[in-house]
Design a protein around this ligand. Structure first.
Ligand code: S3P
Length: 174
């Protein structure tokens, strides 16, 4: 059945700062279903912050763990899932999400992402970058990642998008 009908998983994907966690909460509230934040689940289950996890196990270790979390989590029948920004771009995670639910890419321009990424300290990949460096970094990273992100079933312009518009965009596609 449709994710906005009886039941289903809705995965929100996109770059750091595009608003996945916030939008997931808002959408879940509208749909009256639970929200799952996979980064938060990693922190809860490992007992480490994302930064600590990277420091201890490196990016490869983190990618393995987040991928395992994605595929083994005991999801409620219907829920909205916020994913980590890199998750769709490793292993077959994007295909796995497409096979198991609705996927929504929250697309946003690099400059907008920079202006929204205030709390860089908790994000190991960008913690030492100033605004200018971050803009260049995001441009390069987005080129690498867009081929994965754009496999999403629904692609929305996430700038100034509210939860009602997000729900509408998903509904329209189904
Ligand atoms: C990452 C994004 C982060 C987190 C980790 C790596 C990435 O999640 O998983 O720091 O590679 O883009 P958010 O997108 O929720 O910040």
């Amino acid at each position: 059945s449709s994710p906005l009908g009886a039941e289903g998983l809705i995965f929100l994907i996109g770059y750091m700062g595009c608003g996945k966690s916030t939008k997931a909460k808002q959408l879940a509230h509208r749909l009256e279903c639970p929200v799952v934040d996979l980064d938060a689940e990693i922190v809860a289950k490992s007992g480490k912050t994302i930064a600590e996890y990277f420091a201890e196990f490196g990016e490869d270790g983190f990618r393995n763990y987040e991928s395992e979390m994605l595929k083994t989590f005991d999801y409620p029948k219907t829920c909205v899932i916020a994913t980590g920004g890199g998750l769709p771009c490793f292993f077959d995670n994007m295909d796995w999400m497409n096979a198991n639910g609705e996927t929504v890419y929250l697309q946003m321009e690099p400059a907008a992402l920079v202006s929204r990424l205030h709390n860089r300290q908790k994000r190991p990949l960008i913690k030492d970058l100033d605004d200018e460096q971050l803009l260049d970094f995001i441009k390069v990273k987005l080129q690498e990642r867009e081929p994965f992100y754009t496999k999403a079933k629904v692609i929305v312009d996430a700038f100034d998008l509210d939860a009602e518009q997000l729900e509408e965009a998903i509904r329209k596609k189904n």
